[in-house]
Design a protein around this ligand. Structure first.
Ligand SMILES: [Zn+2]
Length: 329
């Protein structure tokens, strides 16, 4: 029989057993560092007032609990918010919807998506833009710097643990270095197609300052390069290859309490793309763009939960939780 004195360290060791194996699996899958239990377990084993046989038994109980821990991981759900950081006024719809009437204009929303999940993990999908020359050139209305825009939702720039970049265009990538602690998830081919080892522009979808920033982030070890389609990069968040908006654009499927939300970003510019089944105006391959849209319908829990990249209607269709912030629910 264990005495009262021995139960506490035995429980601690059991928890360590869970954490070590669970953490090791997460480390192997590239999601986490090594488990903190490795640090806790060592002194517990050294000072624990009980026999090695009991220690081993407690650890084995911990190992048996791993499947429970893993199923808890796979059930991770996220709260999803669309954050508006400005708009591009009177933008030509024909630049968004293939074949649209050239006289039509829209105030195209500038949007990022904020995901709040288990364990304080806070993910941003796309980073907006902040460079003065881009602001001067595009003259956005209601513009807020991306880090200020997310502050309205109570999130500081340093709180962002992960940043998913859907593609390297300035209005989605230029703000990336505003988030100092974020791991930056981007498709490997998106990076390798647009810059060389020195950060030289290889495709003018990215401009020289953003190319230099991308190279600097790569050198600093900040990039998590994603290899291809349907990758669950974070529990509950899976990225998919988009419809060639850029060379290797991607979009995200996010598990929420109501089912999977698809953050299409610019692989779908407006709801009109989905409603009329027409490709975006800027794609390297309109056929693949329509195929991506069709596939999003199979991923999202309902068509309502496919969120386009620049549609101001997103901020009318979903409930406002703060000025400029709606929750996708
Ligand atoms: Zn865009």
């Amino acid at each position: 029989m264990m005495t009262k004195k021995q139960i506490v360290p035995a429980v601690v060791l059991a928890l360590c057993g869970v954490d070590i194996v669970y953490g090791f699996i997460r480390a192997l899958s590239g999601n986490e560092g090594m488990p903190i239990a490795l640090i806790i377990a060592a002194p517990a084993i050294l000072v624990g007032p009980f026999a090695w046989r009991r220690l081993r038994a407690a650890f084995m109980v911990g190992l048996l609990l791993v499947p429970t821990a893993l199923s808890a991981q796979s059930a991770s759900t996220w709260d999803v918010f669309a954050v508006r950081y400005g708009a591009l006024p009177a933008f030509r719809v024909s630049g968004l919807i293939a074949g649209a009437d050239t006289s039509r204009r829209i105030d195209a929303a500038l949007t990022m998506w904020l995901l709040r999940g288990p364990g304080g993990r806070t993910v941003l999908v796309d980073a907006g833009f902040k460079r003065a020359d881009l602001i001067a050139r595009w003259k956005p209305i209601d513009y807020m710097r991306p880090d200020s825009a997310i502050a309205r939702a109570g999130v500081k720039a340093g709180d962002i643990t992960d940043l998913i970049i859907t593609h390297i265009h300035w209005d989605h990538f230029d703000g990336a270095d505003l988030f100092p602690n974020a791991r930056i998830w981007i498709q490997r081919e998106e990076v390798e197609h647009h810059i060389d080892a020195a950060g030289t522009v290889l495709d003018r979808a990215i401009d020289a300052p953003d190319a230099a920033m991308l190279a600097a982030l790569r050198s600093a070890g900040r990039l998590q390069l994603v290899d291809g389609d349907a990758r669950e990069i974070i529990p509950g968040i899976t990225v998919y290859i988009g419809g060639k908006h850029t060379y290797q654009s991607q979009y995200a499927g996010v598990r929420t309490g109501q089912g999977v939300v698809v953050l299409a970003s610019d692989n779908v510019y407006l709801y009109e793309n989905l409603d009329r089944h027409v490709p975006i105006a800027q794609t390297l391959d309109p056929v693949s763009n329509l195929a991506a849209q069709d596939r999003m319908r199979t991923i999202a829990v309902s068509p309502r939960f496919i969120i386009p990249g620049h549609d101001p209607l997103v901020f009318q269709r979903f409930p406002t939780v703060m000025p400029g912030v709606v929750q996708i629910r």
